[in-house]
Design a protein around this ligand. Sequence first.
Ligand code: FAD
Ligand code: SIN
Length: 524
Amino acid sequence: MPQDVIIIGSGAAGLTAALALADKLKVLVLAKGVLTGGSTAWAQGGIAAVLDAGDTFEEHIRDTMVAGAGLNRLETVEFVIERAPHAIQRLVELGVPFNAEGNDFHLTREGGHSHRRIVHVNDATGWAVQSALLKAAEAHPNISLLPGRSCIDLITGKHEQRYSGSGRVWGVYALNEATGRVEAHTARATVLATGGAGRVYQFSTAPRGATGDGIAMAWRAGARVSNMEMMQFHPTCLYNLEVKNFLITEAVRGEGGHLLNPRTGHRYMPDYDERAELAPRDVVARANDAEIKRDGLDYVHLDISHKPPEFVREHFPNIYEKLLSLGIDMTKGPIPVVPAQHYTCGGVLIDLTGRTDLPGLYAAGECTESGLHGANRLASNSLLECFVFGEAAAADILARWDSFDAPPKVRGWDESRVTDSDEEVVIHQNWAEIRRFMWNYVGIVRTTKRLERAAHRIKLLTEEVEDYYGHFRVSTDLIELRNLLQCADLIVRSALQRHESRGLHYTLDFPDMLKVARDTVLVP
Ligand code: FAD
Ligand code: SIN
């Protein structure tokens, strides 16, 4: 049955949009796997907002622009930052138990911020936010939550029973992960809130499902994507051969943690930047990478053991327990850390209303390029972006509702020419291959030659995967592989187009920054 609005994704962006729409409209939320499977539930540090008497919007705006190396769109930065206190208030009303100091929020500090301005729930802010949003969505009679749906492709005019060829989006084809059948879900408006593409890299702090599905779906349907070369690497992911993607929050540095070379014990960050450990992430990640490569290390050390043990345990209870279970006592000694992919700054191009290029298609959160982050996201600005654009998209849908037509009859998914796969190994082999060459050739430090090598491999793999996709029934792994490859292609093409080093895009062939900042916009 057609819905009013379909939202793809049940993280901070998707559920914020759902809750903002549901008093007026019927909303269906689709999610791959479980409803808590996105990055939102994993967020640690917190949410940036001007809440301290000594802090100002101007300073938060300036910090965001400095971190973003001037590629940010000022009107978006102002739009988001001025709405941050309202977003926090809304979360408080939903029951998020932010840490407090008397009547005020307890604010922590992270790299690139000139003030303490991060509200948090201990060191597990994301879980508290995800739980509160989900509780409210589950309780709302107008919201239906459908987990276990891997969306494959957007339904557009091409899929209408009376073919129109228009780019109007009418919903999405989704694989029911339990039955293996593909369902067509239609609606008057569709919101993409599918998160990032971090899993395109071998080492990433992001969850398993961060495979850029929404970015790839929007691109295939005809929407522009922007700044995909701006992949953020977090400086401090735990180095552990079994636990591969556990983040050590930036707040550890914010509360006084030092980065040390494990061979010499030298605190090296002051040698790289006057802001030392509190420099923006791109600077710290590159410094860690340089120390590791120069001395042939497996990791560097993050040390906060000079602080009183009760201070460390109180501020970082979850990280402390997790590390203790792995035999590391962070109150007594350093934590081995490495940089890892962390955040996708580029994505589907949207405006301040969350509209994409395609009529009927909105997008919010990490799958978008809204102009907020520019060439490097300032820490803790991304959950904020989810709340602001989730609400903005909902507001625009409500304002324009009378102009949205009911969806037409669309064609069902055609399985007449495919069979069950007899070569699953192709999928696993290609997943691993993409992630390895993206890490080695399209990582923290790039060169044109390495990017060209990656482009060549992407071309070969694309032929193989498209052939496979054309012959066999879809599975979640196959859907994700196709999207990972699509995103890898968008990242490499964007990186090859940028002939400068700016923010997260650092290339030895163009080490300087050009005078004028320009977005890399790819047009399908
Ligand atoms: P997500 O929360 O990632 O949700 C994506 C949703 O889309 C999921 O429900 C998923 O199932 C669904 N989905 C994806 N593909 C499909 C498909 N094909 N079909 C159906 N559904 C699909 N940011 C901060 O601001 N502060 C922090 O402290 C912070 N800490 C972080 C710590 C970690 C370890 C990580 C990985 C990120 C952190 N970030 C932080 C970034 C932040 O968590 C994310 O940018 C943000 O949560 C993204 O929210 P989202 O709603 O856009 O997507
Ligand atoms: C962290 O806690 O270090 C992550 C914060 C962020 O990604 O914004």
